[in-house]
Design a protein around this ligand. Structure first.
Ligand SMILES: [Zn+2]
Length: 194
């Protein structure tokens, strides 16, 4: 896995949080999020009650937690905010669901949702109610790909949005078998067997 810019941490982090909620049937607390960030090779720089600062070579992550509302702000280590991302994790009382959403700070450059749909998990049945397109990033032949598994791809197909880029939201994806390229952001998407 590679992380060169905020979105490259935001997407795998949102996926790990989704998996955690589905598996344990509860919202992650700060301790679990710390563990997840460690798994993604981020180093802790500072820790206080409900607040933690992390970094890797290319990004900073700032974790802020209130009871039922957690945000993780991810910014480039250059301090540039134009590609910064915010992950929001909360219990939506109207939907009675847990939501994990990736919001670009600069919304002008992005169309739609990152990951196409936010993670929506029913708070009673713990079923996944949406079709988020999440995975992790790898490099191959000089290109950077979002790698997703086949079950994620199948759900993506059901939503009839496979021409939408899960990274930038543009309707610019062209597929060649199990690999797609986005003309707008330049990332690729690769579907792999689980
Ligand atoms: Zn794109």
């Amino acid at each position: 896995m590679i992380i060169y810019e905020p979105v490259m941490l935001a997407i795998p982090l949102a996926e790990k949080i989704k998996d955690y909620i589905l598996k344990t049937k509860e919202m992650p607390r700060v301790d679990e999020l710390k563990e997840i960030l460690r798994e993604l090779n981020l180093k802790n720089l500072y820790l206080d009650r409900g607040f933690a600062l992390y970094r890797s070579k290319h990004v900073f992550a700032l974790l802020i937690s209130f009871k039922e509302y957690i945000t993780i702000d991810i910014i480039s280590s250059s301090g540039d905010l134009s590609d910064a991302m915010e992950i929001m994790i909360y219990h939506d009382k109207t939907l009675d669901s847990y939501i994990v959403e990736i919001v670009p700070v600069n919304e002008l450059e992005f169309e739609g949702n990152i990951g196409i749909e936010p993670v929506i998990i029913d708070a009673k049945t713990f079923e996944l109610k949406s079709n988020p397109v999440l995975g992790h990033f790898e490099k191959g032949n000089g290109e950077v790909f979002l790698v997703i598994d086949e079950s994620t791809y199948k759900k993506w197909e059901e939503s009839n949005k496979t021409d939408h880029c899960p990274i930038c939201g543009a309707k610019e994806l062209t597929w060649h078998e199990k690999v797609a390229y986005c003309d707008s952001c330049g990332f690729g998407v690769k579907v792999v067997k689980e």
